[in-house]
Design a binder for this molecule. Structure first.
Ligand code: PM9
Length: 461
């Protein structure tokens, strides 16, 4: 009798509703990507086969969440669903006050406007596109204080999201604590490859910040995924629940911005959560200008209900195990095939190292943008550039930023694709890898002013 080498795990759900996928030919895809200016954001969804553009708002909701949609209380003021959401945020994240927003950047806008005065600095563990832009629009300057290992795609550090405390301290000495609006802490760190921050580091950052009277603003967008990594990689948390870990993580911050479209298994929604009553009063006042009344913040009652229920489901260990396990499955298969990806494998996505795919292209030939377009033409799989195009330009000098990481992100929506979709993806990446020497890169022919990666257009060189 042969013995099994391993016992498999499977998704902790079965599928009740399906959405047909659209198939296209290679010739059609060549035309579609040309018409889209070689920017996968400009493709129509109907032109895409497997959509790995983002895990944002692309999740499959459960029957429990859909049932919640039917009990949406659509009162303009004081919706029942707001109070349910408030209660879940308090219970799981531990913040006292809640301001709902239509999505994450709504919360970023409000906290940036309240806490940043022109000329101030905002350190953070690597930039995120929308977060940094709101900081800059409020007059702040972002300073990267993440550990050096985060900028090296092959470094196997288990917590590449950690803050380099020396860099943070040096900034405090250089500009003075009163010039630092707050420190923003992402968990997991998206642009580094979905890499977690450790609890030990969070605690130390909080203590250094408090010693200097600096606030900590947490980007909790994928904090539950980060909590899962802490449970797996930080010995003393092995036996703690994800909920307990999440609670402790948040206790090392003063406020959190949240895009519910990721961790929380919904298609729209976000919030700002706070502990300080004065800042809450200001945020609650400001939300009525930009989002909507403070008890709906740009969301329908049903959306808030789906998010409240999503909080409960997203924090379950078996969900996180399957979600991150799927990403690991794809990553490990790619590693076996010798394909260069960011190591260790992150929480929400596999990041292909475009510099290693195309050493013949300098960064101004947009290797990652090129790779995303090649992958689309091969199989109809849509990925996202996370390199020089996403990094944008320095607001003072107008020069391109040249990030060390030039990546293509294969992002996995939660509870959406099967293992067979994963296999098709791996095979297509392998095909593109095998054809890597024939590629010449792109030139940018249209560049919008803000967040250029969404709408920039390119032509083939
Ligand atoms: N992240 C993503 O695909 C959405 C599109 S790219 C701008 O990864 C973090 C860590 C995010 C994030 C969005 C936001 C903004 C804040 N922090 O998209 O406004 O990954 O809900 O959230 C995207 P919203």
């Amino acid at each position: 009798m042969p013995t099994l080498q391993r016992r498999s795990w499977a998704e902790p759900f079965k599928i009740k509703t399906v959405e047909p996928l659209k198939m296209t030919t290679r010739r059609e895809r060549e035309q579609f990507i040309r018409e889209a200016g070689y920017n996968t954001f400009l493709l129509k969804s109907r032109e895409v086969y497997i959509d790995l553009l983002t895990d944002s708002g692309t999740n499959a909701m459960s029957d429990y969440q859909w049932a919640g949609m039917m009990v949406g209380d659509e009162a303009y003021a004081g919706s029942e669903n707001y109070y349910h959401l408030e209660q879940k945020v308090q219970e799981y994240y531990g913040y006292k006050y809640l301001v709902p927003t239509h999505q994450g950047r709504g919360a970023e806008n409000i906290i940036s406007k309240i806490l940043i005065k022109p000329g101030m600095y905002v350190p953070g563990n690597m930039y995120f596109t929308t977060t940094r832009l709101h900081q800059e629009l409020a007059g702040g300057t972002f300073v990267d204080v993440i550990v050096d290992e985060a900028h090296d795609s092959q470094n196997e550090h288990p917590f590449k999201g950690n803050v380099d405390l020396q860099k943070f301290e040096d900034l405090i000495k250089r500009v003075g604590a009163n010039k630092i609006a707050y420190i923003t802490i992402g968990a997991t760190v998206n642009m580094a490859g979905g890499q977690p921050i450790s609890m030990q580091n969070l605690r130390a950052v909080h203590s250094l910040a408090k010693k200097n009277g600096i606030k900590v603003v947490f980007d909790a967008t994928r904090a539950m995924e980060n909590a899962y990594f802490i449970k797996r990689r930080e010995k003393e948390y092995e036996h703690k629940s994800v909920k307990e870990i999440l609670h402790e993580m948040c206790s090392y911050s003063d406020a959190a911005t949240m895009s519910g479209k990721k961790d929380l298994l919904v298609n729209i929604g976000g919030f700002l959560a706070l502990n300080d009553s004065d800042i809450f009063e200001e945020a609650r006042n400001m939300v009525v200008i930009y989002e909507g009344l403070h008890t709906y913040g740009g969301l329908a009652g049903r959306d808030m209900e789906a998010m409240a229920r999503g909080i409960e489901e997203a924090c379950q260990l078996d969900h996180l195990q399957a979600r991150i396990g799927q990403v690991e499955y794809v990553g490990n298969r790619l590693i076996e095939l010798g394909i260069p990806i960011v190591r260790p494998i992150g929480g929400h996505a596999i990041f292909l190292d475009a510099k290693k795919f195309y050493p013949q292209l300098d960064q101004l030939k947009f290797p990652a943008q090129t790779l995303a377009a090649e992958l689309y033409v091969d199989s109809g799989i849509r990925a996202m550039e996370r390199g020089i195009v996403s990094a944008g330009r320095n607001k003072e000098t107008g020069d391109h930023y040249f990030p060390k990481l030039e990546l293509v992100r294969l992002t996995f929506p939660r509870r959406v694709y099967t293992q067979a979709h994963c296999d098709v993806t791996v095979e297509s990446v392998y095909e593109v890898w095998n054809n890597r020497s024939t590629v010449n890169g792109l030139t940018m022919v249209y560049e919008p002013k803000y967040l250029r990666f969404f709408q920039a257009r390119f032509e083939k060189l």
